[in-house]
Design a binder for this molecule. Sequence first.
Ligand code: NAD
Length: 449
Amino acid sequence: MSAPGSPAGSGPAGDGPAGKAAAGSGPAGGEPARAAYDPWAAILGRIDDAAALAGISADVHRMLRVPERVLEVAVPVRMDDGRVEVFTGWRVHHDTTRGPAKGGVRFHPGLNAPEVSALAADMTLKTAVVGIPFGGGKGGVRCDPSSLSSGELERLTRRYTFEVASMLGPDRDVPAPDVNTDERVMAWILDTIDMLHGGRSMPGVVTGKPLSVGGMRLHAGATASGVLRCVRAVFSELGIPLAGSRAVLQGFGKVGAPLAFLMSSGGMRLVAVGDAGGAVESAGGIDVGLLADHVRRAGTVAGFSGAHPLDPADLWSVPAEVAVPAALEGALDAPQALSLQAKVVVEAANGPTTPAGDSVLADRGVTVVPDILANAGGVTASYFEWAQGRQGYPWGEDLVASRLAGNMEEAFGGVWAKAASLGVSMRRAAGALALERVAEAMEVRGLFP
Ligand code: NAD
């Protein structure tokens, strides 16, 4: 099932994930932090480090340096003006030893194969760190959804789903929303898969779907609530009071916006926010409700009259106790890490800190709660939604909330303790903990045939 350009037969295993970024398909935005960022090299570095720390066998390590399967597909779509546009899409399973692949579907003009593979590998580590029975997957289509009509977006989603359908299924691979996709997109994926199976109902095939087709009420805010739980936990370990503390936030989307509300209702002050359209700051704290109203109207935080305009390049140098990247990967490179004022970074986004940025943060004594722990509330809620779909019995909100809180607290405690016992950063400890769990599963299953 490997796509053209997959690692099979393309040199030493682990040298590169399937496919290379097509010309001109580099990370979107073109901002300096992302320009030279190689997400696959970054995740391989993390896997190598975690493998050494955890002392896993060379065989297991070698298997984890290559995605299990990668599918690259052409996605032809009839546009509203009658012509056919051809997009490129991917679905990647990095590792499914611990359970079905789990990972979002991303629609973004800068998406490329190495990025999808890196995000899939991240999911292998994340599901293991929070101890849920899934492996790591990811997918998406290189497109700019803001330039597509609703009809075009639906046709693109359905054709993409059809093209990667052989990889999906409740026991095989369970997609969820990611950047620029939402419950509407999940409903189209669900419906397309059901239709491909003769109308058989399979609610466990996607998570993050609308309530009316088996979704879960607390799913939408689960990532943000897990991030806040990590902010509380790390502040408590470091002796920083939550009330009155200042936060800088990058990204005001499905994760960033609810997180801003949660932080503000927890007594924190949001002093600066940036998104793809610009940034704003207010030392006294930004009124999140008014900002959300503005973003609904304007599509960006830029131009919000309740705060001062801020050059996005200066976002990280705004004084704060915590900085939360909740946009895209590669946002905190060495220059941003050098300018960062906060003493704590909680990574709501996937892969927001580059290896160079990470080493600057470590040298400067900044505590980083890594993505595979900090944003794992979303995949944990997805696991609950998937379990409910399979049981055919919805859980009450209280049960979902208390289990989510319990899982996140236990995962945070485990990583904090591992970091202390190994004398390493939380990122390195989380990686080691994850690989120990994946390696144990691989060892007990053995190698087929
Ligand atoms: P989203 O599309 O809803 O929002 C993305 C936000 O990032 C928007 O505010 C956008 O303006 C901003 N952004 C995009 N490009 C930017 C740039 N160049 N500079 C500054 N800001 C930029 O996406 P989301 O679902 O909120 O996901 C955000 C991050 O969190 C991603 O890394 C995603 O993988 C990760 N994540 C999401 C979930 C989830 O439940 N949605 C779960 C775990 C991790």
